[in-house]
Design a protein around this ligand. Sequence first.
Ligand SMILES: *[C@@H]1O[C@H](CO)[C@@H](O)[C@H](O)[C@H]1NC(C)=O
Ligand SMILES: *[C@@H]1O[C@H](CO)[C@@H](O)[C@H](O)[C@H]1NC(C)=O
Ligand SMILES: *[C@@H]1O[C@H](CO)[C@@H](O)[C@H](O)[C@H]1NC(C)=O
Ligand SMILES: *[C@@H]1O[C@H](CO)[C@@H](O)[C@H](O)[C@H]1NC(C)=O
Ligand SMILES: *[C@@H]1O[C@H](CO)[C@@H](O)[C@H](O)[C@H]1NC(C)=O
Length: 366
Amino acid sequence: MVNALISSLSLVALAAQGSLAWKAGSECTSSYSYINYTSVPGFFVQDDPSSSTTNFDYTTSNFGLINQTYPTDANFTQCGAPATQWQRFAHYVNSLNAASPASVAYKVLFLARHGEGWHNAAETYYGTPAWNCYYSLLDGNGTAVWADALLTPAGVAQAVKANTFWRSQLSQQKMPAPQSYYSSPLSRCLITANITFGDLSLPAARPFVPTVKEFFREGISIHTCDRRRSKSYIHDLLPSWKFEDGFSETDLIWNGVTAEDSSGQYARSKVVLDEVFTDDEATWISVTSHSGEIGSLLSVLGHRSWSLSTGQAVPVLVKAERMPAPYPSKTIAAWSSAVTCAGPPVSSGAGGCVCSTGATALPTVV
Ligand SMILES: *[C@@H]1O[C@H](CO)[C@@H](O)[C@H](O)[C@H]1NC(C)=O
Ligand SMILES: *[C@@H]1O[C@H](CO)[C@@H](O)[C@H](O)[C@H]1NC(C)=O
Ligand SMILES: *[C@@H]1O[C@H](CO)[C@@H](O)[C@H](O)[C@H]1NC(C)=O
Ligand SMILES: *[C@@H]1O[C@H](CO)[C@@H](O)[C@H](O)[C@H]1NC(C)=O
Ligand SMILES: *[C@@H]1O[C@H](CO)[C@@H](O)[C@H](O)[C@H]1NC(C)=O
């Protein structure tokens, strides 16, 4: 499986040959070696190093957009009511794109974490150590199923809250609706995105037709919550949604034995961002994903660490630049296995799992 992932990473090279427009009105056909991402500071509370992450709620803070004037306010004209902060920000971002060279594109990503799933509830219920050593390897406990978990009632409520927020932002703040939507293939994200956006009154030119992308899925652990269902299942659940090219019928990545580490996750997070930035000229992009994966995406984007509780979202103004020089090499660690117990552990933690008698540690398979 390491090989499957590494071979997908040749997509980096593929993306580098792309000649598609990556922002509206730009036909950039010059060759480049890689895309360098930077998160542009000064616009959102979330990337201000002095702001606190504790209890931050994007739904009570206008998504974190900082109140300020922009140099482009002066030539922003519209009829009727005074322009909102979001309208002026949208004009500013569009102006950045218009004024930047063909090798540079600006996009605003709305990165949303799914609402609470049954795996989150189970980890809380059993405690993280016992969860990691044993319960996470099961499909469920007879009451709850957490393999490719669905949302708990609390998770549905979080998605409904996101839906209420977006409805208000679109009508009150005149916030730009996303032009493109992407989702992880895991059920908790599909359902969260659908509840968040599925029934909004959206501009006709910006319909809610998400694309499912494999590499927006959560960090691949050996937990069953990271194993996805089939393409057919997703299609039957949400028939109008699209899949990226090459999306496999079954999950070819999760194996239940070995897990990717942060270096592998970083590499494929860069691949998926490269795909989106190469194939999609949209500026306003929604991604529904996971806490670990959004953390990895933020790292590729050069954004400071920003953790999201279930149902929360973070916006990022991204500057992407096509660079001529070769991409600095990065080492990607091989996938590794973890020691787990065949039954509930006696104890666990930093020292690893201590399995109860009669429930010895499962063999380490490489
Ligand atoms: C990406 O761009 C930033 C800002 O211009 C620069 O500091 C950084 O060195 C670049 N990184 C790479 C890998 O090109
Ligand atoms: C931003 O301005 C709005 C409207 O004037 C106000 O309600 C809000 O409290 C301000 N936010 C901050 C963080 O100052
Ligand atoms: C708007 O103002 C900005 C900043 O002064 C300038 O760069 C841009 O060209 C102006 N756009 C138009 C359409 O006048
Ligand atoms: C199964 O796990 C859920 C948490 O996901 C918990 O609420 C429930 O009580 C558990 N059932 C049993 C039989 O332990
Ligand atoms: C998706 O959202 C639409 C619109 O709200 C709804 O009709 C449909 O039942 C939802 N499907 C799922 C699987 O959540």
